[in-house]
Ligand binder design. Structure first.
Ligand code: ZN
Ligand code: FE
Length: 256
């Protein structure tokens, strides 16, 4: 069984950069380097050498460290084919269904537009790890900057079909605000209430709320339940299409 050790590196105000280290070979990927210095320092502290730079999408808070990490390490820059022209230094461009290996751990690539038109997610199948970027957040989902609700809903449906023990590493620490919005949609969900409480405790202790576990998200993240009649009803939209329900929840989240 391929084993991937994942380290969270907080960056900027609420971003996470990730280091993904293959225990067999020592290969190490940095995922979405918002800044180079904290990523390089986190690798140095562990005696790891970064030899892959992975991007989920073109936004600066996910790519601004690309070139500096590359100067320091020589690692290739990998990202979405669809946004090739907007990813600094990209050398390996990936599309839906492509695979990419970090040591012995292989990632499958999902095309997940909605937040940006070219967003991708990396699923390290054997390690049960998903780097979701700004598509799926814990108890939430990314803002629709370049895509529409239909695209994002389609993207989320791909991700929610993964095995329920998948660990989800998202681009931002938004869980606590997401929880407030989720509770406004789904106030009687006991699992959501319990989670919101745990999230508040973690944040009060200055701890990350990630990774999220997909199985828990399926029960508590209203964006993944836009086709659940109970959620449509809770939104006052009984009988509406899942895309419309999804769009309304996303609209509500913008008010938080
Ligand atoms: Zn973004
Ligand atoms: Fe972001």
């Amino acid at each position: 069984m391929a084993q991937l050790e994942v380290i969270l590196v907080p960056a900027l105000s609420d971003n996470y950069i990730y280091l993904a280290h293959d225990l067999d070979t020592g290969d190490t990927a940095v995922v979405d380097p918002a800044e180079a210095a904290p990523a390089l320092e986190a690798a140095r502290q562990r005696g790891w050498t970064i030899n892959h730079i992975l991007n989920t999408h073109h936004h600066g808070d996910h790519t601004a460290g690309n070139l500096e990490v590359q100067r320091a390490t020589g690692a290739p820059i990998v990202g979405p084919k669809y946004d090739e022209d907007r990813i600094p230094g990209i050398q390996i461009a990936l599309s839906e269904g492509d695979t990419y290996k970090v040591g012995n751990c292989e990632a499958e690539v999902f095309f997940t537009p909605g937040h940006t038109r070219g967003h991708i997610a990396y699923w390290f199948k054997d390690a049960d790890v998903l780097f979701a970027g700004d598509t799926l957040f814990s108890l939430g989902c990314g803002r629709l900057f370049e895509g529409d609700a239909e695209q994002m809903w389609t993207s989320l449906q791909k991700l929610r079909a993964l095995p329920s023990d998948t660990r989800i590493y998202c681009g931002h620490e938004y869980t606590q605000t997401n929880a407030k919005c989720a509770l406004s949609v789904d106030p009687h969900n006991a699992k959501l209430q319990t989670r919101a409480k745990r999230v508040a405790e973690l944040r009060a202790a200055g701890k990350p709320t990630l990774p999220a576990i997909l199985g828990e998200e399926l029960l508590t993240n209203p964006f993944l339940r836009a086709d659940d009649p109970a959620i449509a009803e809770a939104m006052g939209m009984a009988g509406a299409s899942p895309v419309d329900v999804f769009a309304a929840i996303r609209e509500r989240r913008n008010q938080y």
